[in-house]
Design a protein around this ligand. Structure first.
Ligand SMILES: Cc1ncc(COP(=O)(O)O)c(C=O)c1O
Ligand SMILES: N[C@@H](CCSC[C@H](N)C(=O)O)C(=O)O
Length: 465
């Protein structure tokens, strides 16, 4: 049978072996399952903390997305729970009297990830060393300076600065000199549709995603998925989940199976919107460095002007839908995000939703990072993050433009012919409000790639639901 594309397999939930031949898998809310002591081997479930049929359907679907058997997939109650389970199950146990578990992680991290790593550090369970993982030479130097590295935690593009980490190169380096180091990838910014770090050569050991974002896409559940390279790794993680009760609830599992079905179309439209917006912000709104003002910038991996455009494209199938830009002024960014003219862009944290979201990371998603640490890391406090949804791009642009005018950042001249960036003293022709073709042709290039890579090298076992 020909291998099906990823956006097809997530739609199809297969035959449910159900007495009524249902088209949609049911929700099994039961916490207990009757036990037959004469036939214990046939018993798949006894208690929902340990396993639940609806959670199994979800794990099967995620297995198809990452091209691994269902046994390698675990669904948990949030993205942060996923990281917690991974660190407890694979890293913290390595501590001895003579060794403190050591993690290398990036220096542009989601605030909650930083907070969890700090927590483990305070508990003396593990130390985290932070380095700009998008700079391979810096990463290599730090790695080689440490006695033993238990875990490398990678994320690309980074949230919210959109820096590209050369995951394939780091994997080649780490697995060559230290095969026992566990390499974990937080794939939330890309989702399994855009990137599969398990299939790189060599692949990583574990991938996790906050399913709260793209996988579900509707901001009506919290969830996390953990996908392991081998069933042995998965079984260590399962032990933690069963011991602590971190597994995803049946109702949320069911909602996530449903949300996942539209991942392909949602992501396609969200990325298209992000591509167009990023070009418009850079070229028509003047959010790019000028000779006199270097403080403004549009950050997006789908921009050709991004020096890592090619690198990102070399191991991802799309640019994602998160972009950020610096206005050059904290006060003006705050005015923009507080503008009452915003009627489509919702000022909320998170991303990956069908609705478009606008935020100021230093005040919102990344507020849990100590301001001193943000300063040390040159975190731009004026950064505005845009997480594109599926709305019509013309409406999205108009809504944002109204707020930028209200915030005194942009002045519309000659009846919309020119947009003048007042902070950057940059006058640009407003060419792209209706002209969608240029960015789209670049966007299509991403999608000319085959979404399925190296499938022939994988041993995809058929797994039971
Ligand atoms: C990149 C990234 N990883 C992990 C998480 C944590 O996921 P959750 O909120 O589902 O716990 C988030 C955001 O919350 C995130 O942005
Ligand atoms: N108050 C929350 C903030 C969640 S941020 C969610 C998401 N990862 C994002 O980047 O927007 C917290 O304390 O974690």
């Amino acid at each position: 049978m020909p291998i099906k594309r990823l956006d097809t397999v997530v739609v199809n939930t297969g035959s449910q072996n159900d007495q009524h031949s249902v088209s949609v898998p049911p929700v099994y809310l039961s916490t207990t399952f009757k036990v037959d002591l004469n036939n214990e081997d046939a018993q798949n479930y006894d208690y929902s903390r340990s396993g639940n049929p609806t959670r199994s359907v979800l794990q099967h679907q995620i297995g198809k997305l990452y091209r691994v058997p269902q046994e390698n997939v675990l669904a948990v109650s949030s993205g942060m729970t996923a990281l917690d389970v991974i660190l407890r199950g694979l890293v913290l146990l390595n501590g001895t009297d003579n060794h403190t578990p050591t993690i290398i992680a990036g220096d542009d991290l989601y605030g909650g990830t930083q907070r969890l790593l700090n927590f483990f550090k305070q508990q003396s369970h593990a130390v985290s060393v932070h380095v700009d993982t998008s700079d391979f030479e810096k990463f290599k130097t730090v790695f080689q300076s440490l006695d033993k590295v238990d875990c490398v935690l990678l994320e690309s593009p980074t949230n919210p600065l959109c820096r590209v980490v050369d995951i394939p190169r780091i994997l080649r380096f780490v697995k060559c000199i230290s095969p026992d180091t566990t390499v974990v990838v937080d794939n939330t910014m890309m989702s399994g549709l855009n990137c599969n770090p398990l299939q790189l050569n060599p692949g990583c050991d574990v991938v996790y995603e906050s399913a709260t974002k793209y996988l579900n896409g509707h901001h009506d559940l919290m969830g996390g998925v953990i996908i392991s390279k081998t069933p042995e790794i998965a079984s260590k993680l399962y032990f933690v989940i069963n011991s602590t009760g971190a597994g995803l609830s049946p109702m949320d599992s069911w909602l996530l199976v449903r949300g996942l079905k539209t991942l392909g179309v949602r992501l396609y439209q969200q990325q298209r919107n992000a591509m167009i917006l990023a070009h418009w912000l850079e070229n028509s709104c003047g959010f790019k460095p000028t000779r006199t003002n270097k403080a403004t910038k549009t950050r997006f991996v789908g921009l050709r002007s991004n020096p890592d455009f090619k690198l990102h494209k070399s191991f991802n199938n799309g640019p994602g839908a998160v972009l950020s830009f610096e206005t050059g002024s904290f006060e003006h960014s705050k005015r923009l995000v507080s503008s009452k003219k915003l009627s489509i862009w919702a000022v909320t944290v998170s991303f990956g939703c069908v609705n478009s979201l606008l935020s100021m990371p230093c005040k919102m998603s990344h507020a849990s990072i100590d301001p001193e640490l943000r300063k040390e890391r040159d975190f731009p406090e004026d950064l505005v993050r845009l997480c594109c949804g599926i709305e019509n791009i013309v409406d999205l642009k108009k809504d944002l433009l109204a707020a930028m005018v209200d915030a005194d950042i942009i002045e519309v001249r000659e009846n919309g012919k020119y947009l003048f960036n007042k902070l950057n003293k940059n006058l640009a022709v407003n060419t792209t409000i209706d002209d969608l073709h240029k960015p789209l042709s670049i966007y299509e290039e991403f999608y000319n790639q085959d979404l399925i890579r190296k499938d022939s090298e994988l041993n995809i076992k058929s797994s039971k639901l």
